[in-house]
Design a protein around this ligand. Structure first.
Ligand code: NAD
Length: 291
């Protein structure tokens, strides 16, 4: 069993981007600028946004963090997004999800200029991805594709099972893996909460992407010997032995599943860092297109 080390692969992506940023500076061009919006005081969201801002700094990007109280109205938030859309010094906009219940996620996603939608959630970018046209690919599935590419995992002709059909992870992942690309060219089964005999599907898989948000859901009995397992899940579970008061669990029962795998991602240190690397790549691309 080998580890799909997301920290290592993300470092390689960031190094390439850092050099590219130096290249922009050398010819007197503006460096990429990401604006991140964080609403409320959700601890996990604050941690993710802080990691994204830190990654921008490490890579030589400019970043702006805009924090708002949970009481911000949908109209006020949409106005802020319009300001960022119209601000020529901003290349990428990300709104950290989830949003407070009184704000419609769909309206917020649609308000972002598709040319600045570096999370790749806007319907225009999702449509482009489905058609295989260039655009912004949702950061987590894009990060997983970069991870597979980094470790040269053979995917062509393989049977991939994706568990979870969300618009930001599972569904785009299934489309990317089935695309006529490298990585890609998989035969894909997309499983979800209404799937029958999930275990039987998983057992046939050469590649499993677990993105359902249920800690340690995927057990050894569900995994074929030699499978590649990608664990997208991150759930905070109460743990009084930790200083933070919680530990992070993935959707895969790592201890029992890992010995059966050819490759597996750890949690943390697998998909998480790659999501950030993909976000940076999208932001760089947005900047290049605007230059
Ligand atoms: P979501 O809640 O939007 O979607 C979960 C999906 O899982 C749904 O489509 C549902 O049909 C399916 N599902 C639920 N229970 C199931 C079951 N018992 N069997 C089969 N399918 C089932 O979640 P999401 O936003 O896609 O995120 C999934 C997980 O990935 C979460 O733990 C989230 O925190 C994590 N995540 C991690 C990253 C990262 O960077 N590592 C990024 C995004 C999300």
């Amino acid at each position: 069993m080998k580890i799909l080390d997301g920290k290592l692969a993300a470092q390689a992506v960031k190094e390439q981007l850092r050099e590219a940023v130096e290249g922009l500076k050398a010819v007197g061009k503006r460096v990429p600028h990401l604006a991140a919006i964080l609403i409320g005081d959700n601890g996990a969201s604050a941690t993710y946004v802080a990691a994204k801002v830190k990654a921008c700094e490490e890579t030589g990007f400019t970043s702006t963090l805009l924090r708002y109280e949970t009481s911000i109205s949908e109209a006020q938030l949409l106005e802020k997004i319009t300001e960022l859309n119209n601000n020529p010094s901003i290349d990428g906009i990300l709104v950290q999800l989830p949003l407070p219940a009184h704000i419609a996620e769909e309206a917020v996603i649609k308000a972002i200029d598709p040319a600045k939608d570096v999370d790749g959630f806007h319907p225009v970018n999702l449509g482009k991805m489905v058609q295989g046209q260039p655009g912004f690919i949702p950061a987590t599935p894009y990060g997983i594709m970069l991870l597979l590419e980094h470790f040269q995992i053979e995917t062509a002709g393989k049977h991939a099972v994706v568990i979870g059909r969300s618009n930001i992870v599972g569904r785009p992942m299934s489309i990317l893996l089935s695309g006529n690309n490298q990585p890609g060219n998989c035969t894909v089964t997309l499983c979800h909460s209404r799937t029958k005999e999930l275990e039987a599907h998983c057992k046939q898989a050469d590649i499993i992407v677990a993105a359902l948000g249920k800690p340690e859901f995927l057990q050894a009995s569900m995994v074929k010997e030699g499978a590649v397992v990608i664990d997208v899940g991150i759930t905070r579970v109460k743990d009084d032995s930790k200083k933070s008061g919680f530990r992070l669990l993935g959707d895969v029962h790592f201890e029992s599943v890992a010995p059966r795998c050819s490759w597996i991602t750890p949690v943390p240190g697998g998909v998480g860092p790659m999501t950030i690397a993909a976000l940076l790549k999208n932001t760089f691309q947005a900047c290049q297109q605007r230059h």
